[in-house]
Structure formats: structure tokens, C-alpha cells
Design a protein around this ligand. Structure first.
Ligand code: 13P
Ligand code: SF4
Length: 347
């Protein structure tokens, strides 16, 4: 069945030729990335989408990535997501409507002469990116979050960081601002209220990645017992204490580059989604690549929605002249979301 499906995908791709480009995020399964023209992190893939002049950009990834691709590609290009179910739970933790209501509370609690700037991680929906642009803020990725904070502190006095509290906290530490940081959940009646939150310079929205949050310090301790020379590398969506115990923290492309540059025989323990660990094992058989925490629990169920059968289906539909699962950002949000992304590109 797998061989037949591969044949269907390849023959549709032959028919479509240069009309289609396939992008595969580092967390996609092998049966998807083996068909990808480009494999990379969320930011690199958006740039590949922008540089391509293919009519159809088929995105092996999750909704917010396909939206970002739609924002930066030309209007006559269609971005297609093989499954509409592939939505990152963390992006869903900061809905623009909720943020709007919380923002009103925060800004009301500020002193008159103070300004707060919102920064949203790339892992968010286009309407939130548009909201950030409107309020003078911007987008960042895991590799440029510190620069986005610096930009925001040049413009304003405080930062609201969304949706990933761990990336926000790790960035605050990097900038020596850990003591001026607070987690804030506007719906937690028992927790910090808006008036107390704005006493701090960095306010972290209560969002997290359910894959990376599962890594714990004891996983690093046990890897170091098993492999005393191991280099431990983790994604900055991991908890603060995990990032601190690791040797390196970085985006999925940093993880790929670090293993690619390793000497043969070195051990690298990878603290991120399990499919990337498996790719690295295949791509670098001379390096000892091990998952930081077993196999089973580090699978992203949003990424997993992109089943190769769906890839075959959307491609065959394109051959038949039908565009399925097109991801289209509303025109009124597109321009503003683009502003928030452009501000990131400028820093
Ligand atoms: P990267 O931007 O590092 O590829 O990460 C995307 C992601 O979803 C991490 O959980
Ligand atoms: Fe979202 Fe985490 Fe999955 Fe990345 S790994 S797509 S942040 S749930």
C-alpha cells in the first residue's frame, strides 16, 4: 500500500511539474519529507514559499505555518495544507479575541506615560499577528526572540509575550531580565491580576507546547549517566530548567546544523519532536543521535495529521484541476500580519 501511494504521489508530482512546490517541516514524518523540495524550520519554509513562483505551495506542517506562507507569497499562489486538522495547540492558546480582552485590562492598569508592546511567536494565527502590528508590536521566531525584545524595549517600557511562556522566560533569562518577568493568566481568579502584572517589564501569556513541556531535568540527568560525553540540545520551547541543564538550545534548524557539524562518533541527545530525531539518525548515521526521552511521548499530534494519503489526495485533486484545503488569510488581516512579520525581518 505504501509503495502504491508513493507511486501516486510521484506521478501527480510529475504531472504538476514546476506548478507545485512541496515544503516539509522538520517534524513531518519520513513519508512526507521524502517528497519535499525543501525541509526546514517554520521560518525557513516561509522564506522558501516566498521565493518560489510555483502556483501551488503544498505545506507539510501546521495551519499557522501555511498562513505565514500565504501572507508572504503572491496573491496568485495558493497555499494548500493536506489536512485541515493540523492545528498547533499552542497557537490556539492565544486566540486574538481573548488577547484583545486581556489587552484592554493590561493597558488600563498601566501608568499614563507607560507603553506596552506585544510580541507574538511565529507559532500563532494571522489575526494575532495583525493585532500585534496594530499595537506597535511584531513577530519573532525561536532564533530571534531576544532581538524582538530589544526592539520592543527601544519602543516601549514593557512587553507582553505570546503565546509561549517558556520561550518568553528563556529569552528573559538570556537578556538578564528574569527578575522583571511574570506569568499572567487573565482568567485565573486566584493568580496575578493585571495591576500586579504590569509592575513587571515582561509579561508572559500562559501558553506552552504540549510536546516540549514534557521534557524534564531528570531526562537530561539519565542521558548524562548513560552517555557521559553526550551533547544535549533542546528546543527553547522547553521549560527553563531543561534549557539550563542542556548544552545548547535552538530552533529546529539549529538542531539540524549542530548534528550536521558533529564529528563522527559523537553523541547528541535531542530534546524535541521525535520525528526530527529520527530524520537526524537517518541523515547522519556516523553520529550517535539519541532521543532525550524515549520514543513514545514526544510526538506532535498536530504535525501527525499530515498523512501521506492526504498528500496524495490534494496532489491528485490539483491534477484534476481542483484546489482542496486552501489556506487563505482574510485580506483585512493579511496586510497587518505582513507588517508584524516585516518588522521581524528588519531586526
Ligand atoms: P521551529 O520554528 O524551530 O521549526 O519550531 C516550530 C515548532 O513548532 C516548534 O515546536
Ligand atoms: Fe505546536 Fe508544539 Fe506541535 Fe510545534 S511541536 S506544532 S509548537 S504543538
Amino acid at each position: 500500500e505504501a509503495a502504491e501511494r508513493t507511486e501516486r504521489i510521484e506521478s501527480a508530482l510529475d504531472e504538476l511539474g514546476d506548478d507545485v512546490v512541496i515544503l516539509g517541516h522538520n517534524y513531518q514524518r519520513q513519508e512526507i519529507v521524502e517528497h519535499a523540495d525543501f525541509i526546514g524550520d517554520s521560518y525557513q519554509l516561509s522564506k522558501e514559499a516566498a521565493q518560489s513562483d510555483a502556483d501551488y505551495v503544498v505545506f507539510g506542517g501546521v495551519t499557522f505555518m501555511a498562513e505565514s506562507a500565504d501572507i508572504i507569497t503572491d496573491d496568485d499562489q495558493s497555499v494548500i495544507l493536506p489536512s485541515m486538522e493540523a492545528s498547533c495547540p499552542m497557537a490556539g492558546m492565544a486566540e486574538a479575541l481573548q488577547v484583545d480582552a486581556a489587552w484592554a485590562e493590561l493597558t488600563a492598569a498601566l501608568d499614563n506615560d507607560e507603553e506596552i508592546i506585544p510580541i507574538t511567536y511565529m507559532n500563532s494565527y494571522a489575526d494575532l499577528k495583525a493585532f500585534c502590528a496594530e499595537q506597535g508590536g511584531l513577530v519573532c521566531t525561536s532564533s530571534n526572540a531576544h532581538k524582538a525584545f530589544e526592539y520592543a524595549f527601544e519602543k516601549g517600557d514593557k512587553v507582553l509575550f505570546l503565546p509561549d511562556k517558556h520561550l518568553g522566560e528563556n529569552t528573559a533569562h538570556r537578556l538578564g531580565m528574569a527578575d522583571e518577568t511574570v506569568e499572567w493568566d487573565p482568567w485565573d481568579a486566584e493568580g496575578t491580576d493585571a495591576a500586579d502584572a504590569v509592575e513587571n517589564d515582561i509579561i508572559l501569556w500562559e501558553g506552552y507546547c504540549q510536546v516540549h513541556e514534557r521534557f524534564r531535568e531528570h531526562h537530561i540527568e539519565s542521558i548524562r549517566e548513560d552517555y557521559p560525553d553526550a551533547n544535549v540540545i533542546v528546543h527553547p520551547e522547553c521549560r527553563r530548567e531543561v534549557v539550563e541543564a542542556a548544552d545548547v538550545a535552538g530552533s529546529t534548524s539549529t538542531i539540524c546544523e549542530s548534528v550536521a557539524e558533529a564529528d563522527p562518533g559523537e553523541t547528541w541527545a535531542i530534546g524535541t519532536e521525535i520525528h526530527l530525531t529520527h530524520h537526524l539518525q537517518r541523515w547522519h548515521p556516523d553520529v550517535n543521535v539519541v532521543p532525550l526521552c524515549g520514543e513514545a511521548c514526544m510526538d506532535c499530534n498536530a504535525m501527525r495529521q499530515i498523512d501521506p494519503n492526504y498528500l496524495a489526495w490534494v496532489l491528485e485533486e490539483l491534477v484534476a484541476g481542483r484546489e482542496r484545503n486552501v489556506i487563505e488569510v482574510a485580506p483585512e488581516e493579511k496586510g497587518l500580519a505582513q507588517v508584524a512579520m516585516d518588522r521581524m525581518l528588519e531586526i
